[in-house]
Write a protein that binds this ligand. Structure first.
Ligand code: AMP
Length: 113
């Protein structure tokens, strides 16, 4: 678990976060710079740089369930929401620790920029 990784530091409780959902493997908290009226990120507690580093299909399945549970906890289930996983430079990934954005609270245009 890299010492300086911002999401590892949130998982360890070294940086405060507005937690939405937590289980043994995943942590969801409000994005500090929301790009939608409701915007959270769901991170793996174990450090993986990108989705390309994840290989366990069952674990990835539980990750999607945690993302769905986060959307429910945020009240987004009735209106719908978007999950976004930015991967690598062209994908716009800024934090090199796997995370899924949960976004909603308004109609989200398609395709994204
Ligand atoms: P990405 O561009 O996909 O890597 O997204 C990283 C996201 O993490 C951005 O939306 C940031 O606003 C968010 N973020 C960075 N630092 C924090 C933090 N300390 N607490 C909450 N969200 C953060």
């Amino acid at each position: 678990m890299p010492d300086a990784c911002v999401f590892c530091r949130i998982v360890r409780g070294e940086i405060p976060a507005a937690v939405i959902h937590e289980d043994a493997e995943f942590l969801a908290f409000r994005d500090i710079h929301p790009r939608a009226p409701v915007h959270a990120v769901v991170v793996t507690k174990q450090h993986y740089p990108t989705l390309l580093d994840m290989t366990d299909a069952a674990y990835i399945g539980r990750y999607m369930l945690a993302a769905a549970e986060t959307a429910r906890a945020l009240g987004l289930a009735p209106g719908g929401f978007r999950l976004v996983a930015n991967c690598g430079p062209d994908g716009g990934q800024e934090v090199p620790h796997v995370h899924v954005h949960v976004m909603g609270g308004r109609y989200l245009g398609w395709p994204p920029g």
